[in-house]
Design a protein around this ligand. Structure first.
Ligand code: FCB
Length: 471
């Protein structure tokens, strides 16, 4: 088994170890990525990899319900088995270690660890305890996200994120997890991408729970942010040694022309995608032009909420994937104008590394209290095939190299960026796109669950090995 995960760092495939492909990935000598304390890891999320949805007392989540609804997910795929990580976690940790990855960002499935009355589910908790303990034994830095979209269905049945009460239930969940798992988590992220939960889940219905109303989206967003703000002090009290933060997806919007209307459209795009999250967290207020875009969608905000939401953060997680080229819609808003002749991924997303650099340096100018940053997701999907035991994911290698160069440029421009997590460790359930879109640096054959290290992962491993040897 030449390409067996457990031996990859010692026996890289011949083309890689000869060095002929090394310059496809290896950062230049003056890159800040060579510094040893720049954490390089990989990320996953519970519903996307675990499977075992009916085991050991796990309750249904909104994604079980949504994916079981015909027409919601491509090819009718569900996360029922996914990468079967719930049963294969030990081998998956070995694989991570064999690649020399230093950090692992995982998420905890809320419906696995607590029932509707808030009673802990020991079996579910034990799964995460075993996993996190093993990661710590192996010297991996652990980032745990409390909410990566798998809301317990019983909470959705009571209104989900439209119900303010869900924010308080989230704080109870954060309390249980940080008491149970204190000492095994280096960094807690409360939420993954609240913008996506709110807009895709409640605004356009592309994601669970599948509701579509602009007013729902903004109210869900406020309750998500409130949940975050209520959880932060709880995490601090129970697990003082760990870092506390949140993960936001950010979007680069560029104007389709020099016209004032298109410039304004690009500005509004970024307000809607970035300031919507970062202003409440870092300034304690919502950006005013936001509700000009959608009059009548202001969420109900109670006294004290904005103070709760702007609780100080130890880190900010940033997920970046692509840019959107926009023009004025002729009224107050913006519309997408897809560019032709640009490089795109299997998702159709434009490859645009400068967007990551420009957003990061822009945030530094805008927010005087910008916390240290981790890039908590970046990566791309490609239609990867295994040929003779290998996966030549050349576009991904180049994508990663260019985005890491953008990170390096932002660091050199003074942004405090401490690490980068590849999305994703392995191919997995890509939400509404099911299993068709492959984001992993490890290929998964879903009929056998065989993992095959892709060329990109080999090159990342080679870089990490060299960096370690230089220490
Ligand atoms: C992000 C999600 C992650 C994954 C990537 C491709 O929005 O956080 O789970 O699906 O996109």
């Amino acid at each position: 088994m030449a390409n067996d995960a457990s031996v990859v760092s010692d026996t890289l495939s011949p083309a890689v170890s000869k060095g002929s492909l090394a310059d496809l990935f290896t950062p230049p000598a003056d890159s800040t990525l060579w510094r040893k304390n720049f954490l390089l890891g990989a990320a996953t999320a519970s519903y996307q990899i675990e499977g075992a949805v009916n085991e050991d007392g796990r309750l249904p989540s909104i994604w079980d319900t949504f994916s079981a609804t015909p027409g919601k997910v491509l090819a009718g795929d569900t996360g029922a088995v996914a990468c079967d990580h719930y049963h294969r976690w030990e081998a998956d940790v070995e694989m991570l270690v064999s690649l020399g990855l230093e950090g692992y960002r995982l998420s905890i499935a809320w419906p696995r660890v607590m029932d509707a009355a808030g009673v802990p589910n020991r079996k579910g908790l034990d799964f995460y305890k075993r996993l996190l303990n093993r990661l710590k034994e192996k010297g991996i830095t652990t980032f745990a996200t409390l909410y990566h979209w798998d809301l317990p269905q019983h909470l959705e049945d009571r209104g989900g994120w439209l119900n303010r009460e869900t924010a308080y239930r989230f704080a109870d969940y954060a309390d249980l997890m940080s008491r149970e798992l204190a000492g095994t988590v280096d960094a807690w992220a409360t939420l993954n991408e609240p913008w996506c939960s709110a807009y895709l889940g409640y605004g356009n219905g592309h994601h669970a729970p599948g509701l579509a109303d602009d007013r729902f989206a903004t109210q869900a967003m406020h309750h998500l942010l409130l949940a975050h703000g209520l959880a932060v002090p709880v995490l601090r009290a129970n697990d003082p040694a760990s870092q506390k933060g949140i993960v936001a997806n950010i979007g680069r919007g560029t104007p389709n022309s020099d016209s004032a209307a298109d410039q304004r459209a690009a500005h509004l795009f970024e307000v809607q995608h970035n300031a919507w999250i970062l202003d409440p967290l870092l300034k304690g207020s919502y950006p005013q032009d936001l509700f000009e875009l959608w009059p009548g969608t202001e969420p109900l905000v109670l006294d004290g909420d904005m103070q709760t939401i702007s609780a100080p953060l130890d880190f900010l997680g940033i997920n970046y994937y692509f840019r959107t080229n926009v023009a004025s819609d002729g009224a107050h808003g913006f519309r997408d104008v897809p560019l032709e002749g640009v490089e795109r991924t299997q998702m159709g997303w434009e490859v645009y590394p400068d967007g990551l650099r420009d957003l990061l340096t822009g945030f530094k100018r805008t927010y005087h209290n910008l916390p240290p940053i981790y890039i908590t997701e970046n990566g791309m999907a490609s239609d990867d095939q295994v040929t003779d035991g290998h996966v030549e994911d050349t576009q991904r290698i180049s994508f990663l190299k260019r985005h890491l160069a953008a990170v390096d440029q932002a660091v050199k421009a003074g942004v405090d960026i401490r690490g980068y997590f590849l999305w994703s460790l392995m191919d997995n359930f890509e939400w509404a796109f099911g299993y068709e879109r492959r984001f992993g640096v490890v290929h998964v054959d879903y009929s056998t669950q065989k993992r095959t290290i892709k060329r990109s992962a080999e090159l990342v491993a080679k870089f990490l090995k060299e960096r370690k040897a230089r220490a």
